[in-house]
Every structure is written in structure tokens, then in C-alpha cells.
Ligand binder design. Structure first.
Ligand SMILES: Cc1cc2nc3c(=O)[nH]c(=O)nc-3n(C[C@H](O)[C@H](O)[C@H](O)COP(=O)(O)OP(=O)(O)OC[C@H]3O[C@@H](n4cnc5c(N)ncnc54)[C@H](O)[C@@H]3O)c2cc1C
Length: 296
């Protein structure tokens, strides 16, 4: 498996700022993340140093070039999951690569919203879950469903094969965006992808079935939510990071409750602005440098 000192997840202002600091301090830095939302034709009028305003795309391009100048490796890939390594450190699984690293900086922006599924909140902790590696075990040998339309959902479904063979993916009305390579793996595992809306959940003490449009009842002891791409909340679940609502809790030095994991920018909440994300990225970078210097 590929090995790095540091993986930064997120290619927005926070992740790029962190990469500038760590790569400049000679830390072997891999940043995974594609263009953030702000990298479009938006005029950024309130960021220090640009009296005539700067275009969001141009600002991010400049940040990327600066991080690369110091040796950071930038990869536009999607992180599907991460977990603690067996002999310390962390393992980050992206769509195209899997990396072992000693330190992590999460800079994934604002967390995703839960999908609009009637009754979802009523079944949280009673079958509805946001984390296969946390809760898959509770559904051993039982029918389960994964709500999602992309490769994040596909990966969660494939992880569930460690616990049960009866797995379905339901796209909740979206068109499947699962790429052929993942679709082939789902086919081999006998996991159907159902392009239907979820209209409700039912069960007495816990979840028993998912009601699809058209009235079909899909038996489900567990429903794993994996809409869109994996975000900071999903990573927090698998790593055991403390959260407040959707946001990762970080101290003033951007340290999380797990040694070696730092978080910066919008994923930590607060004032969601570029200047704040850049500052927090710098502090997370410094924290990672010091952590790695200690000989992690
Ligand atoms: C349209 C728009 C206009 C804005 N205008 C302004 C403005 O004028 N001034 C201002 O100060 N702020 C503005 N903001 C807010 C500002 O953009 C954010 O506060 C800032 O970008 C936060 O930076 P971040 O690095 O924390 O997160 P983001 O910029 O959101 O970056 C998150 C990064 O994480 C990556 N990521 C997420 N999940 C994964 C995954 N699973 N795998 C790999 N990568 C992942 C994304 O691809 C992205 O690269 C604007 C925001 C938007 C959307």
C-alpha cells in the first residue's frame, strides 16, 4: 500500500493552506480533493490582499500552484472512507488509491445534509445508521439497504458484505451514478441498485422494512445513509472524532480528540469564510508538522 506522512482531505482554502505549510516544512504531503464549490465565477470581495476582488476559481488555482511549488502532491480524487491502521496511523481509501499515513488533516467543507426520507429520525439508532464500520456488525445475516446513488454508497454496500449477503442499494429517486468498475463489483456480490424513492420506513421496536414508491416493501433490518459523497461526518463516525451536530470539534490548535487528526475550515463550523478556513488550515498544518516531528 502507498505510504505517506500526511494526507489532507479537501482541496478548498483550508486544505490548500495546510498543504502550503506542511509541504514547505518538508512533510511528505498528499492532498486529496477536487475543486471546491467556491472555485467558480464568483467575485471574492472580502479576502485580504485583493483590492480589485478576485475570482474564486483564480484564487483556488493560485493556492494549488503555491502548494505544488513546495512539493505537495494534489490529487483530484474522492475519499470513500478512512480508518485507524492496524499498527498505528490511519488508512485512507479513495476511489483510485489507498494510502497509509501517520497524520490526517480533514478539510472537507460543510457536511452533507441528511436526505429527506419520511420517518428517518424516528429510526436513528433503531436501524438507521451513517456508518457501516460502526454499525454493520449489528445487522449480521440480516437484510440491509444502503440509501445512495454514487460510489460512496457502492463502497458502503461492498463493506457490508463482511456482515450479510442480503444487501440492496436504493438511490432514493436519483439516477445511479455508480461507475462501471464499482457496478461490476456490486453485480459480482449480487447487490441490486434500485432507482426508486423511499417513501417511508416501518417496524415496531426497530426498522423492519423500507417502503419504496409504488408500494413495494423492501425488508431491511438496517438502512445505511450514503447519499452523495462521503463527508466529514462520515469520517468522524469511523475514526471516532467528537462532533457537535454536523461539525467536527477542534481545539484552538485545530487538534481533534484523536491524536494525529486535525480538522480545519468549514467542517469545524464557526464563521464559514475563506479567511477563517485559510487561518485554520495554517494552524492544522503547524499541528501536523509538530506531531510528525515528535516521531509519530
Ligand atoms: C458560491 C460561494 C461563494 C462564496 N463566497 C465567499 C466570499 O465571497 N468570501 C468568503 O470569505 N467566503 C465565501 N464563501 C464561503 C467559502 O467558500 C468557504 O467558507 C470556504 O471555501 C471554506 O473552505 P474549506 O476549505 O473549509 O471548504 P471547501 O472550500 O468547501 O472545500 C472542501 C473541499 O473538500 C473536498 N471534499 C469533500 N469531501 C471529500 C471527499 N469525500 N473526498 C475528497 N475530497 C472531498 C471538496 O472537493 C473540496 O475540495 C463562498 C462559498 C460559496 C459556495
Amino acid at each position: 500500500m502507498e505510504s505517506r506522512q500526511l494526507v489532507i482531505v479537501g482541496g478548498g482554502p483550508a486544505g490548500l493552506s495546510a498543504a502550503i505549510y506542511t509541504a514547505r516544512a518538508n512533510v511528505d504531503t498528499l492532498l486529496i480533493g477536487c475543486a471546491p464549490k467556491v472555485a467558480g465565477d464568483y467575485e471574492i470581495d472580502n479576502y485580504f490582499g485583493f483590492p480589485e476582488t478576485i475570482n474564486g476559481r483564480e484564487l483556488i488555482e493560485r493556492g494549488k500552484r503555491q502548494a505544488e511549488r513546495f512539493g505537495a502532491v494534489l490529487d483530484c480524487d474522492t475519499v470513500l472512507g478512512m480508518h485507524h491502521g492496524e499498527s498505528g496511523g490511519f488508512v485512507v481509501k479513495a476511489e483510485k488509491r489507498e494510502i497509509a499515513c501517520k497524520a490526517l488533516i480533514l478539510a472537507t467543507g460543510v457536511a452533507r445534509l441528511a436526505p429527506k426520507i419520511p420517518g428517518l429520525a424516528d429510526y436513528e439508532a433503531k436501524g438507521v445508521s451513517y456508518c457501516v464500520s460502526c454499525d454493520g456488525f449489528f445487522h449480521r445475516g440480516q437484510p440491509v439497504a444502503v440509501a445512495g446513488e454514487g460510489i460512496y454508497a457502492a463502497n458502503q454496500a461492498l463493506e457490508l458484505t463482511a456482515y450479510t449477503k442480503d444487501i440492496s442499494i436504493v438511490t432514493n429517486g436519483k439516477k445511479s451514478e455508480i461507475k462501471p468498475e464499482f457496478q461490476a463489483r456490486l453485480d459480482r456480490a449480487g447487490i441490486p441498485v434500485i432507482e426508486a424513492r423511499i417513501e417511508g420506513l416501518s417496524g415496531e421496536a426497530g426498522l423492519e422494512s423500507v417502503r419504496l414508491e409504488g408500494g413495494r416493501e423492501l425488508p431491511a433490518h438496517g438502512l445505511f445513509i450514503a447519499m452523495g459523497a462521503a463527508g466529514s461526518g462520515d469520517f468522524a463516525n469511523t475514526l471516532g472524532l467528537a462532533r457537535e451536530g454536523a461539525f467536527i470539534i477542534a481545539d484552538p490548535e485545530q487538534r481533534t480528540n484523536i491524536e494525529g487528526v486535525f480538522a480545519a475550515g468549514d467542517c469545524t463550523g464557526g464563521f464559514l469564510q475563506i479567511s477563517v478556513a485559510v487561518g485554520e488550515g495554517a494552524k492544522a498544518g503547524r499541528g501536523a508538522i509538530n506531531f510528525l516531528k515528535k516521531g509519530a
